[in-house]
Design a binder for this molecule. Structure first.
Ligand SMILES: Nc1ncnc2c1ncn2[C@@H]1O[C@H](COP(=O)(O)OS(=O)(=O)O)[C@@H](OP(=O)(O)O)[C@H]1O
Length: 331
């Protein structure tokens, strides 16, 4: 019965048929189904997922231990999972839900036992869903540079770097290559080079893909909202804000590590000093210098420009209510 099922699967696929014993190949060629029934055969396999279920439930450890049987099972399951991904995508099933199907999970665990190339399988299944970097190009046409449709405008020290790293994993999202932060709208010199210069920094994408950039400084420079609006008044804006006290601490450690304000602060920072009291004094002096000079503190003490940004100027462009990554962490 197992051989019969496998033979049927193989019969629907010319590439697989060559793996069959010669006698069986002849048998199948002799009874080769017409194009339409071939299609029917495949649909039978894909549509009625219980068939996959039945197939995987029949795979025994004993079979897996026989190299020739194991190979047949490996090739069949590999092919079946990719075809299933194509069919389920067309039907509108989400990729994560496909992976949750018990028959798929079982098939993958069998493939694991067989040391199948699961990275390759994942790539092919994702490709069937259009979930691979660059694979929308085939569907939507040529790659070209496009101005960003999404800009993360800050705020500094609220997890914008992590956010950008998360986005980078998405197959359809692209940031300017070689730039973590672009600083086009906030730096006068760069802004003076014109929008063509900004455009030249962008990645090549196809129409179905999205270009984004993040520059936390944008949030606090008064000219930036108008400049972005002039470029494109439908660009989506992402603003991440967080607890100002956490933000100040994060910025403070950043400043200490980076050695900013060194000329101001070295007089307070005698690192060889072992006297606890004077070290503490030195730290307080350093902290005072930080509080006077830090832009981050000034931003929080000032007229909270980011509120104007999001509440007035670009209200309709904010992608979602602002969320506070740090508060999420705290909760
Ligand atoms: N997922 C997540 N949730 C909450 N917080 C996070 C997350 N990822 C990074 N971080 C913290 O964010 C701080 C760095 O923020 P930025 O990347 O925006 O810094 S920067 O402005 O680009 O320099 C920095 O804070 P501190 O560690 O307190 O300095 C990161 O630890």
């Amino acid at each position: 019965m197992n051989i019969f099922i496998l033979a049927l699967v193989y019969a629907g696929n010319e590439n697989l048929r060559s793996h069959l014993p010669r006698s069986l190949q002849t048998l199948i060629v002799a009874k080769e189904p017409s194009q339409s029934s071939k299609y029917q055969l495949n649909l039978d396999w894909i549509d009625k997922t219980p068939n996959l279920k039945r197939f995987v439930s029949k795979v025994t450890n004993e079979e897996l231990s026989k190299p020739d049987r194991a190979e047949v099972i490996r090739v069949s399951l590999f092919e079946a999972l990719i075809e299933l991904a194509v069919a389920e995508n067309e039907r509108g099933k989400e990729f994560p839900n496909l992976l949750k199907m018990s028959s798929v999970r079982r098939a993958i665990s069998i493939l694991k036992k067989l040391n199948a190339d699961l990275n390759m399988l994942q790539m092919k299944m994702e490709a069937a869903y259009g979930l691979c970097k660059g694979c929308l190009q085939e569907k939507y046409g040529k790659k070209k540079k496009r101005l960003p449709q999404v800009i993360c405008i800050g705020a500094k020290k609220c997890g914008t770097g992590a956010f950008q790293n998360f986005l980078a994993h998405h197959p359809h999202l692209f940031k300017p290559p070689g730039y973590d932060e672009v600083h086009f709208f906030d730096k006068e010199d760069d802004y003076a080079k014109g929008i063509e210069y900004y455009h030249s920094l962008m990645p090549e994408t196809s129409a179905g893909e999205i270009t984004y950039e993040k520059t936390p400084k944008y949030m606090v420079i008064p000219e930036v909202p108008g400049r972005i609006y002039a470029m494109n008044n439908t660009v989506k804006l992402i603003a991440i804000v967080c607890n100002p006290v956490n933000r100040a601490f994060s910025d403070f450690t950043h400043v200490v590590k980076s050695g900013y304000f060194k000329s101001e602060t070295t007089k307070y920072m005698d690192l060889t000093d072992t006297d606890e009291e004077s070290r503490l004094k030195g730290f307080e002096g350093f902290s005072d210098a930080y509080i006077t000079k830090s832009n981050t503190i000034k931003e929080e003490q000032g007229d909270a420009k980011w509120r104007k940004w999001v509440q007035n100027v670009h209200k309709e462009q904010a992608m979602a209510p602002i969320f506070t990554i740090k508060n999420l962490k705290l909760n």
